[in-house]
Design a protein around this ligand. Sequence first.
Ligand code: NAI
Ligand code: MG
Length: 510
Amino acid sequence: MSSNPIDISVAMMAPQPPLSNSVRDFIARKPRLLINGEWVGARAGNTLAVFDPATGREIGRVAEAGAEDVERAVAAARAAFESGPWPEMSPAGRELMLWRLADLIDRHAAEFSEIESLDNGKTRFMASVIDVPGARDYFRYMAGWATKIEGTTMQTSIGGIPGAKFHTYVAREPVGVVAQIVPWNFPLAMAAWKLAPALAAGCTCILKPAEQTPLSALRLGELIIEAGFPPGVVNILTGLGETAGAALVAHPGVDKIAFTGSTEVGKLINKSATDTLKRVSLELGGKSPVIVLPDADVDAVIGGAAMAIFFNSGQVCTAGSRLYVHSKIFDRVVEGLGAAANGIRLGPGLDQATQMGPLVSKEQQQRVLGYIESGRKQGASVLAGGEAPSHPGYFVKPTVLVNVRPEMRVVREEIFGPVLVAQRFDELDEVVKAANDSPYGLGASIWTNNLSAAQRLIPRIKAGTVWVNCHNMVDPNMPFGGFKQSGFGREHGRVAMDMYTELKSVCMLV
Ligand code: NAI
Ligand code: MG
């Protein structure tokens, strides 16, 4: 237990408030999978428990998809792709479907925020301003791409047939049946990031939410039916990664895998997908640096760096988990961050007074605490947090570690929790080297008011996104993905259509 006098997290801990009737009814529904437009039980009859991370209590059960269910879902998606209303539908028809779905998400926004908070642990407030409107807007943005897919015509110089002329063009066609495996940190938003571009492109989908957070995907499935998507266009399989997820990756009837999750599983998926040469896009882990130059506004840095690591309890792939501050302002920044960490009010996500919720699972809590312990053992000092509060639920106090060295596990590995490691630097070359000294390359932020310094630094940082004087900002129109072992492929924007289409060159002798 921390003896810091401004640590109010334990005193403020409140019980999880009661659920709304609609959410209570929803989680009481029979465990089921969405296959071919119908809700069906898992063939083998197995189920998985769903826990409330704020209390550790089981709140319901969902179906556990097995091999037979994967077969059924792939067959339904294949049939929907090859025949029936989906391939016949015009791009404007697909656009309309996606808009209808977005409108339904909007209509049920409060319910989604509650479900997301209950299932993942995040605050209902954050779900209501980030996750839910983000998912809604993502469907709307991608809806627009359905009608804007285009190809090119080319001039060719094909020899061999004297006097021959050719009409040559490239068409884009949907890649086919796509299996989409998503993590638990932003369950609804991740489902949207996957489904929306695939559907806009004309693909059919099998979505597998994370076993820790299956609920919002199931509610989304209900709205997908309500919006009028033809049967089999979206299938939703709740289940385990090692079984249902792995079966989807290996299945010859699946054309593409889109995955967001750990680098470890990303590598497994990439290997397994090789056997059938599936298209693969991977959005994996990160260990994103936050680089603070000596001229930066100290107060802005403290607030920004705290959000960069503590937002969503640090369970963000682009979390700013490595802080590098110039020696001139290091002490002030780090002291401010320690105070900010100690002032964050922990509690159940559904409680209005909560500023930071629990981690998603017991396993994740233990993993994060294990990292903190390894940091201590390797000589790091705990400036703030460093432990779980004494109440139930999967909480970890916002933690700042100092006196860390580059070779420590807490500096090298993705912790995926509210744990920041802070280091100082003097020279720009030194911080560039340190920032890039990571197998990951997902995000980075630079904090300075010196435009020239920022512009010179940006090309030297190996990351898929570089933010300046902000962190974790995403937009559907801004490509998102990683360098190095943070994955490959980019989501969002025009490039998302490339991920879900194949090029077909047509060469016609005229
Ligand atoms: P994970 O990578 O195992 O899970 C993500 C998704 O992959 C889930 O839907 C899971 O069911 C599925 N999956 C797991 N094994 C699979 C397999 N063999 N084949 C196909 N699908 C599979 O992540 P996990 O175990 O929940 O978290 C462990 C660590 O991974 C975290 O501590 C964090 O460091 C990292 N992680 C990173 C995320 C990111 O967005 N970058 C998201 C989630 C986890
Ligand atoms: Mg795993």
